[in-house]
Design a protein around this ligand. Sequence first.
Ligand SMILES: Nc1ncnc2c1ncn2[C@@H]1O[C@H](COP(=O)(O)OP(=O)(O)OP(=O)(O)O)[C@@H](O)[C@H]1O
Ligand SMILES: [Mg+2]
Length: 595
Amino acid sequence: MAENARLRVIRTMLRLAWQADRTAAVLAFVLAGLLAITQSSYGLWLKFIVDGIHTGNPSRLGVGAVGGVISIAATLAIAYGGQRAQSRLRDHTRYLMNAQILNLVSAAPTLELHESPQHLNELSAFQREGYQLSQVLPRMVELCAVAVQIVTTAVLMVLVDPLLLALPLFAAPSLLVSFKTSRIFRDSGRRAAEPARLAEHLVELTATPGGAKEVRLFRLQAEMLRRFQQAHHQIRRFNGQAQLQAAGWSLAGRLVFIAGYVASIAFVVRQVTIGEATIGEAALIAVLAGQVLGLVSGSSEVLQLTIRSLVAADRFVRLQDLFGHATQRGHRPVPQRLEHGISLRNVSYQYDGAARPALANIDVDLPAGLTIAIVGENGAGKSTLVKLLAGLYSPTNGTITIDGVDLASVDLTRWQDRVSAAFQDHARFELLVRETVALGDLENADTDLKVLGALERAAATDVLSALPRGLDTQLGSGRPAGVDLSGGQWQKLAIARAMMRPGPALLLLDEPSAALDPETEHRLFEAWTQVAHDLRERVGSITVLVSHRFSTVRMANSIIVLQHGTIAEHGSHEDLLHKNGLYAELFNLQASAYR
Ligand SMILES: Nc1ncnc2c1ncn2[C@@H]1O[C@H](COP(=O)(O)OP(=O)(O)OP(=O)(O)O)[C@@H](O)[C@H]1O
Ligand SMILES: [Mg+2]
């Protein structure tokens, strides 16, 4: 990390701490500094006591004794308060950071960042590094405390004899060694990461329902355990080697310091014998010199840990930049009522890192009020087109216009408010059934009637009757009293969610058939045709349906046949049959299979 970036990260973290809990932030820093001062004052009080006894001066002795008692009591109180302030600060900052990221990530209207492998890595690393991140501020506090302690110790030493400042030089090897040992541990950690990931994967495999089935069926318990133990054996070996190496290095470093320690004690004793120092000062130095080693190795450790947590914080700052940038969009309003429809001109889309475009040179009009079906084989680009229409991706090339207004110039979130969709890879919200459906339109979800209406329009009321507590059923087998649904039932709820918005300008149904039986899909589409008819009059809604079932597809007003990311054919069912091209071939193939 460059110096600039590091400063920026520190500033951001401090600002965050201030926003999260300013009382705790101030207290944490101030108390840590005070603690450092009280701790380094012990030697001073000892000096007073020893000198008091030696010179038979009761007031000196008294000052030392009272000062010592006060210092000890203060240390206890300050340490307790400081810890409370730190943990409060840590919790509040971490919460604020996560809230900011959650907010930023979901505020970005498009999905590009979610799907770019680089950004996904950043995001998951951010989540993994949660602990490091929560340590940034405590470590900054610790670093401050160490700095205060170094200054106080140095001042006290200079007061006795400036020559004593040479002592830290003897501690330098210990400092260097601690950098070396941390490198040793980092390397071993890196080598152990692979077996650790494997061990984690094995546990996950046996614990998740999918893996558990196969583990039982193929009698894999012993094999899994053997691999798990092997991985752990490897991790232990790496760790053991690192510990041995590190122990050797730190022993060497400490031996050098001990030599310096003995030399400085000898020096002070000599000063005492020639009358240049008091016995109390000798005691003070004995205490301070003992603290120096702790301080030096402590500060190097704190420094390294701080740097590590700053790397995590740097990621946080970059994520903020990344997603913050993605939320800046156009501001033109979206037409209230579709008069003409949606037009795609020369639209192409290429996924980040993909070798070739998923969609290329798409030119098509989706007239207001019509139902349009998209067909094509797997990977033809159907879902990509659907997501482009929803404004979840921006075309890499070309323009999408809504009644002549370029989608790139409108406030995408406004457009998305007018779109409703059931996606092929729909979400499974593990909430109450009522809530799962109502999420489709939180603003208008005030009565069960609306939720029931949406279920009706989604031909999904049969899901309800199969559930123990109807709308109040908790979904998700992992939740208390939760029930799991079949793939088709989850999909029906997703469609019901899409039916919640009262007047969407665009309704996208991406393969509602994927998990539904043909009859249900047919019923759903008939039900929706009815609704679409009403909506057409009111807001000129367009319905886009992706399906592999031609019995449903043929009901659409117009059909787009996609092939390798381009439009192969386009027209009504009759037109396309008449044309006797790809559509006719696919249609006849399916029809003959059912015959
Ligand atoms: N997130 C993604 N990142 C990279 N490539 C993708 C991504 N999603 C889809 N693709 C690629 O884009 C092409 C079109 O995918 P798309 O999902 O649009 O196909 P589809 O027609 O919906 O297929 P299916 O019938 O299987 O749902 C495919 O070649 C696919 O591999
Ligand atoms: Mg698809």
